[in-house]
Design a protein around this ligand. Structure first.
Ligand SMILES: *[C@@H]1O[C@H](CO)[C@@H](O)[C@H](O)[C@H]1NC(C)=O
Ligand SMILES: *[C@@H]1O[C@H](CO)[C@@H](O)[C@H](O)[C@H]1NC(C)=O
Length: 600
């Protein structure tokens, strides 16, 4: 194993230049005079000789170096190649450091990076620092809608998109009722979240417009705090998915710039990242409300940072997030379940924090499975922790309602771990994730759990007069003598619907893996409910009350996941061929952005 220092190269080329510099200055004038005295013919002979020598040198170069020069030539021009060399040096060090770290990793010597990296490391000598390996982007082709339901979804997408374009272009969100806009991070979230959806739907003109905005106007230089997790899943994930689907390197370059600027979040004592990072000043800190980061947030950035490393050949992104996963893996859990807060300074869970598969807990479990899949099922602890988490869920959180015995996933509150019979709509992702695991060979009985969760989530929509689910649903677990006794109820503060995707996402997975049209039909009912109760002249809006079809109280807001997830999953759900995105080759990140599965 090399240490980084072994590879440090003396900068002898520039030293030589210094040594000859004074000679060059002294003789340059007389050389110039002699040159001017040559005839044109003589000069041409010299030109010809120089060009011939250069060609011969090029011809004699080893093939790899040659192709690197050619590639760089096409991408940047020669100047860039020369400027890039110091960066490559650094990159080599990182490759080796990463290698050493992973070799002694927590999981019995699992090596996380791609095998293709290896030969590059071994072949490095002073003259041959090549471009890092990059997966060859194969642009996928999409033919547009194939049936009426897909056409209706596209109609809805366009209605929303053109409202955004007209009134909020370049801002994070449109406020579709007031025809205004909303800013959260100032990163054009709607455009970036929508890129891959536009591409998959075959909306090529709109995609080109969005691409042009990314090229000219997506800047990460604002002095402004952003949330590491949100920006990772939406912007980094959105850019990487657009890159992989379209093969357009612009998106990868933007993603790399963004990734660089988010790295300061990882400079904590514990390796658990701070929740907030300032992209402009490249500094990071805890959230304003306290020293803790959300558990799901620090464990749901791994797919994106790993993919960035694999796509650029720069291992430091993956190294930073793998360390977080390995750290959380070592922490003590409650039968595989995790509290929802973790302290970035101490690296420890906040004692007595709630345990839930809803807000701040959800995608911890999702990303265990998906990271395991992304790395070709080669990192065992990810699968093991996922299975432990689901076993813990079955043991402690799965409950049934008193009347109709609907299954739901409860929460455990505080030190006493009292059961609270409530489920966030966010938890409805779980059905799809379980089905994905079963498809990839994990416990078949998880499919029963998946079906039951999906059935319950469907009920949270179907029992409302709007046919739209609230943000949070409560469940009755005790049978009372009251004949009006209901299985589910909603509190006033929880009656809103933000156009969230999680249930549609699960319906898509269930449809994809079973081919059971019931799931398509359920999705169609919900789509119609969105049409009936959330559509406004300039788009679709969050609503404040799903319990009153006559007064849904529009909230004047379209979240970017409406474009990135809800409409995308609806479109995929209505794909009768179930082949638009191959789930053996792609995994969707937590924001619905597809990233490629690697062999290791
Ligand atoms: C399709 O799924 C629904 C909902 O889970 C279920 O009730 C039905 O039995 C399934 N149909 C078939 C043919 O499996
Ligand atoms: C939506 O409106 C249509 C037309 O008024 C109606 O047929 C349908 O039942 C409604 N669907 C829902 C889910 O409200």
């Amino acid at each position: 194993m090399y240490s980084p220092r072994d590879l440090g190269k003396p900068d002898y080329i520039s030293l030589n230049i210094h040594d000859t510099a004074s000679f060059a200055r002294g003789t340059s004038r007389s050389l110039w005079r002699q040159w001017n005295q040559l005839s044109r013919f003589q000069r041409n002979i010299l030109y010809f000789a120089v060009i011939t020598i250069l060609l011969v040198i090029f011809y004699l170069l080893p093939g790899e170096t040659k192709s690197n020069i050619l590639i760089n030539d096409n991408d940047y021009g020669n100047v860039k190649v020369i400027q890039d060399t110091p960066k490559h040096d650094k990159l080599v060090e990182e490759l080796v450091v990463d290698n050493a770290e992973q070799g002694g990793g927590a999981d019995g010597g699992e090596v996380i990076e791609e095998p293709e990296f290896q030969p590059e490391i071994n072949q490095i000598d002073d003259d041959q620092i090549g471009e890092p390996p990059q997966p060859k982007p194969n642009a996928l082709k999409f033919d547009g809608p194939q049936n009426d339901r897909q056409r209706e979804v596209i109609k809805a997408f366009k209605h929303s998109w053109y409202g955004y374009k007209k009134y909020a272009w370049g801002h994070d969100n449109i406020k579709p009722v007031s025809a205004g806009h909303h800013e959260w991070f100032g990163l054009g979230l709607t455009i970036v979240d929508a890129l891959d959806t536009l591409y998959i739907m075959g909306l090529n003109d709109e995609f080109a417009e969005a691409r042009a905005w990314v090229e000219n106007s997506l800047l990460f230089t604002h002095d402004r705090d952003v949330n590491l997790f949100e920006v990772t899943i939406r912007v980094l994930g959105g850019l990487l998915a657009a890159y992989h689907l379209s093969g357009d390197k612009l998106f990868l370059d933007k993603a790399t710039d963004l990734g660089d600027r988010m790295m300061p979040a990882f400079s904590t004592r514990s390796s658990v990242p701070f929740s907030d990072v300032n992209l402009g000043t490249k500094s990071a800190h805890s959230p304003k409300w306290g020293p803790d980061s959300s558990t799901s947030e620090v464990t749901s950035i791994q797919l994106e940072f790993r993919d960035l490393s694999r796509s650029t050949g720069q291992p430091r992104f993956e190294a930073a997030v793998a360390k977080v996963s390995e750290h959380v893996h070592q922490l003590e859990k409650y039968d595989g379940l995790v509290p929802i807060f973790i302290n970035a300074n101490t690296g420890l869970f906040r004692e007595y924090a709630t345990i839930t598969l809803g807000a701040r807990g959800d995608s911890y479990y999702e990303y265990l499975l998906k990271q395991w899949l992304q790395t070709g099922k080669t990192i065992d602890y990810l699968r093991d922790d996922y299975l432990l988490g689901i076993a813990g869920t079955q043991k402690h959180l799965v409950r049934r309602t008193a009347v109709n015995h609907f299954l739901f996933i409860a929460e455990l509150i505080g030190a006493s771990k009292d059961m609270k019979p409530k489920m966030d709509h966010l938890t409805c992702y779980l059905g799809g994730t379980l089905a994905l695991g079963v498809h990839h060979g994990l416990q078949p009985d998880h499919m029963d759990l998946a079906q039951e969760i999906v059935k319950t989530c469907y009920q949270t929509y179907a029992i409302q007069p709007t046919f739209l689910a609230p943000e949070i649903t409560y469940f009755n677990v005790q049978k009372l003598e009251d004949e009006n006794h209901m299985d589910m109820y909603v509190k006033s503060n929880d009656a809103h619907n933000l156009l969230r995707p999680e249930f549609i996402e699960s319906l898509f997975y269930m449809w994809y893996f079973t081919g059971n049209k019931t799931y398509q039909n359920w999705g169609w009912q919900i789509f119609q409910a969105f049409e009936n109760y959330t559509k406004v002249p300039n788009g679709y809006t969050s609503i404040g009350n799903v319990r009153n079809a006559h007064n849904v109280r529009p909230r004047d807001m379209t979240e970017s996941f409406w474009f990135g997830e809800t409409l995308k999953y609806l479109y995929l759900l209505f794909d009768d061929t179930r082949q638009l995105i191959n789930l053996d080759r792609w995994i969707f990140n937590s924001e619905g952005h597809p990233l490629p599965i690697y062999e290791s």
